[in-house]
Design a protein around this ligand. Structure first.
Ligand SMILES: *[C@@H]1O[C@H](CO)[C@@H](O)[C@H](O)[C@H]1NC(C)=O
Ligand SMILES: *[C@@H]1O[C@H](CO)[C@@H](O)[C@H](O)[C@H]1NC(C)=O
Length: 438
């Protein structure tokens, strides 16, 4: 019997197919889905929007690339005739890797029901977590042929977790939860392919402009951008994804692997010259899950452990030592008058920063548009932040550095595909044609 929180569920054979509704006809089965994503100017969060519940209502969510699942504030304004909490010991509970089960007595209401299992939804922006009911409801998103959005399609029993009003504190205005795309069986990036039997691949392309929609694709390419019909999926560079065996979430059950996407950065070059780094920090300590490099959409600027940060800033400054610096603007420490730099197709003409990956020929090149931040009129700063001496993860590649770059996560092949700056191709992440052709 299991009636208290934190009781272990018996290990079971998981049912991988229960998301596939027999009502979805093969002919209507989409090959890919698309969601818009916009930068919120005041929080620098990336906010996406989809529809949920019966009747469907629009729902704004902060994008969390490393989030294990979707969570929503169920405390306020959750009205739906199709809300269905996961009963203790159900297949949904084991699928969600829930290790807790029990009764909530002030219900029944969304987020609070008897004999239901729970997980630990967290908000990595405010670094808070809570306990929340595992539940399911209808979700509706637009299908796509990779060029335009098409007909909306729905997943009738989309699994998610209830968060709470306090958990949503610190999120952008109007946002009711977080859209987790992380490495887990119930993240959005796993449930959509399971529901429509497409490849376990998705891509994000974040726009730097708050008035332009960036895009998230679920499924394989084409990922087409205007002008013309440029398919970014055809020109990606690949690097293996690395599993961190220890959770990096603010709240987690023991023995839980990280839902974050880590990549193997082996070194950093600036203008082609190797920056001397303590390479121990670049690999993941498998016992504690400390170290390594992950990609985050909830970190506005790349954060580096102090010794790495100092080495990178010093090497960068040295390359342009003839250009006088101006007073630094926090959180940055190296700033210049923006008129000191010429402008190029890929932003201010500054030294290139290469993240060297599986071998010296494979690197992620960061150009001025992604390395420099315009902090005020005429002042440009190197857009990296000092993460202190003992951060959990040594390098967290943040939002500014991935804007106008398309990143494809291929879960089946466990690899990341990246485009480097789309500005080179004379397009941007804001150039997906969101006019529906349905
Ligand atoms: C490199 O980093 C590791 C892990 O933090 C630390 O134990 C070691 O002392 C560092 N080595 C040097 C030379 O600073
Ligand atoms: C965007 O897509 C719509 C629908 O297919 C099409 O009519 C329109 O011409 C496209 N816009 C551009 C700029 O190509």
């Amino acid at each position: 019997m299991c009636n208290a929180y934190y009781c272990e569920l018996k290990k079971k054979t998981l049912l991988f197919f229960f998301f596939v509704s027999p009502s979805i006809q093969a002919s209507l089965r989409p090959k890919a889905l698309v969601l818009p994503v916009k930068k919120d100017a005041s929080t620098l969060q990336y906010v996406t929007q989809l529809k949920q519940r019966t009747p469907l209502v629009p729902l704004k969510l902060t994008l969390d690339l490393g989030g294990a699942y979707l969570w929503v504030d169920c405390d306020q304004g959750y009205v739906s005739s199709s809300y269905k909490p996961a009963l203790c010991n159900s297949a949904q509970c084991s699928f969600a890797r829930s290790k807790s089960c029990g009764d909530c007595d002030i219900g029944p209401k969304p987020g609070c029901n008897k004999n239901t299992c729970s997980v630990l939804p967290s908000n990595p922006v405010s670094r808070t977590g809570t306990i929340g009911e595992v539940t399911q409801d209808v979700i509706s998103v637009q299908s796509t042929n990779g060029k335009n959005p098409g007909k909306p399609v729905s997943v009738p029993k989309f699994l998610f977790s209830c968060g709470s009003t306090f958990l949503a504190e610190g999120l952008a205005s109007g946002v009711k939860g977080m859209a987790g795309l992380g490495r887990s069986k119930i993240s959005m990036s796993s449930q959509f392919p399971a529901a429509f039997s497409f490849r376990r691949k998705f891509a994000i392309c974040l726009s730097s402009l708050p008035n332009a929609n960036g895009v998230i694709f679920f499924g394989d390419g084409p990922y087409t951008f205007l002008p013309g019909e440029f398919d970014v999926s055809k020109s990606l560079i690949y690097t293996p994804l690395i599993l961190n065996p220890v959770s990096t979430s603010p709240a987690f059950f023991s023995n839980e692997a990280s839902a974050d996407y880590f990549i193997g950065v082996k070194g950093i070059n600036i203008n082609g010259k190797t920056v001397k780094l303590n390479t121990t920090l670049l690999s993941i300590n498998k016992k504690e899950g400390i170290g390594g490099t992950k990609i985050s959409t909830v970190t506005p600027y790349t954060v580096m452990e102090t010794s790495i940060y100092r080495a990178v800033v010093n090497a960068f400054v040295k390359e342009i030592s003839t250009i006088p610096r101006v007073l630094a603007v926090a959180p940055f420490t190296a700033c210049w008058n923006s008129k000191s730099f010429g402008s190029t197709r890929v932003g201010p003409g500054v030294p290139q920063i290469d993240l060297v990956l599986q071998n010296k020929n494979v690197f992620w090149r960061i150009f001025g548009a992604n390395s420099m931040v315009q902090v005020k009129k005429d002042v440009l700063c190197l857009g990296f932040v000092d993460g202190g001496f003992n951060p959990h993860t040594s390098i967290v590649i943040g939002g500014h550095q991935i804007e106008d770059n398309l990143l494809q996560i291929d879960l089946a092949a466990s690899r990341l595909g990246f485009s480097s700056s789309l500005l080179f191709q004379q397009t941007t992440c804001g150039n997906f044609n969101f006019t529906s052709n349905a």
